[in-house]
Design a protein around this ligand. Structure first.
Ligand code: FES
Ligand SMILES: [Fe+2]
Length: 401
């Protein structure tokens, strides 16, 4: 993030803290709970938002060198992502050209050749068919036509994006927009190393998982014994570019240290925690030690369930620490990873699952997003617009529910 932007955001946070104010979304939003349970909507979301859009499937550090790979089965078709012999990020349908078996079944690793377990057809990291046993018996197969089916893929700002629709386009200028393209370029995500990977399978719609990242109003209540010790609640910065992504800045209690420092030494990761939302399902939170990447994926056929993949990527110099410093880094990282699990899985997602129960029971027609929850307004306004539906109603005050 540009330093002048950091200073501007920090000043805004300090002003809001001192004046007891918060960002104002301009009204209260009424959102139908059907969005969390409607099966037809869930199928549209899966087909259009997950099956036919650019998706961040990891960071550059997940594919550290030629031959490294990762697999994904979150977007409606099996994906094999690789770094080829030239160091290029590539993505393929993870289905063998012989009879369609999964070519690679491991979640990640490094291979010179990808050999299908069924009859041992093998492919290189560029997807080219390089081995076909007993071809004199099987019959000739032109190698040119039997490469793994390639998907459009692009590595940008240290993020790995794939378009899961083999016939779809991938336009990251449009998907990220000018604002995030400029800002992500400053974070150096490409220099981070994957350190910790968690999977939370939770009985709530994927959008409830996103919702929980969209406000700080609950910090002093739900997180009063955890996150609230290091963050102020009910204060934040919120910005979007009128498109389908946004950025919040949560306010750390350490912001007070900056009051006594010259502005040119101010650092947004001391004062706050940036929380970026990339439509539809990605939360990115850069902080001093690295970045958290959260991806929420729907469970096909069950709008009341989803899987969150939570990855922590660390700055390399921390990983390279030696001696006493290495021990301190190990402790710090364990605390960070455990803290994240304790807060997101054991506090936030417990609430998300309880909200899902009410939605499943159709016991409430709608829920309310406050003026101090602009990110929630933006999520749900964006979802409605993408579905071609009327935007959720915004009112000055709630007079009936
Ligand atoms: S299905 Fe892969 S080698 Fe036969
Ligand atoms: Fe929370």
């Amino acid at each position: 993030m540009r330093h002048d932007v950091q200073v501007e955001l920090i000043k805004k946070l300090i002003e809001r803290l001192d004046e007891g104010t918060n960002v104002d979304a301009g009204g209260l939003m009424l959102q139908s709970t059907a969005t969390y349970v409607d099966l037809a909507q869930a199928e549209t979301e899966m087909a259009e938002w997950f099956g036919d859009m650019p998706h961040c499937i990891g960071l550059s550090g997940d594919l550290p060198g030629p031959g490294s790979f990762l697999t994904s089965d979150d977007l409606g078709l099996p994906i094999l992502a690789t770094r080829d012999d030239n160091g290029m990020f590539r993505a393929f349908v993870n289905s063998c050209r012989h009879r369609g078996a999964l070519v690679e079944t491991e979640p990640r690793g490094t291979r010179k050749r990808f050999t299908c377990p069924f009859h041992s057809w093998s492919y290189d990291a560029g997807g080219t068919l390089v081995g076909l046993p007993k071809e004199d018996h099987f019959g000739h197969v032109d190698r040119e036509c039997a490469s793994l089916r390639e998907l459009t893929a692009e590595e940008r700002h240290g993020m790995l994006f794939v378009q899961p629709n083999p016939d779809g386009g991938l336009d990251l200028d449009d998907h990220l927009g000018d604002w995030l393209n400029d800002e992500f370029a400053t974070w150096k995500f490409d220099q981070l190393v994957p350190f910790n990977h968690d999977v939370y399978d939770t009985a709530c719609n994927w959008k409830l998982a996103m919702d929980t990242f969209g406000e700080t109003y609950h910090f002093g209540s739900l997180h009063k014994d955890t996150l609230f010790n290091t963050f102020h609640g009910n204060v934040q910065c919120y910005d979007d570019d009128g498109g389908h992504n946004h950025r919040m800045i949560l306010c750390r209690r350490d912001i007070n240290y900056l009051r006594h420092q010259p502005e040119d030494e101010w650092d947004i990761t001391v004062a706050g925690l940036p929380v970026y939302w990339i439509f539809p399902n990605v939360i990115l939170m850069p902080f001093r030690a690295g970045v958290f990447l959260v991806r929420a994926y729907p469970t096909p056929g069950d709008p009341g369930r989803h899987v969150s993949k939570v990855d922590f990527y660390m700055k390399r110099h921390l990983l390279d620490a030696t001696g006493q410093q290495a021990e301190e880094v190990k402790d710090m990282v364990a605390t960070i990873a455990q803290g994240f699990a304790n807060i997101i899985r054991d506090e936030d997602y417990v609430m998300s699952a309880s909200q899902q129960k009410a939605a499943n029971a159709r016991s409430l027609n709608q829920v309310v997003f406050g003026r101090n929850e602009p990110a929630l307004h933006h999520y749900h306004r964006t979802y409605a617009a993408k579905l071609g539906r009327a935007l959720p109603e915004v009112v000055d005050q709630v007079t009936s529910l």
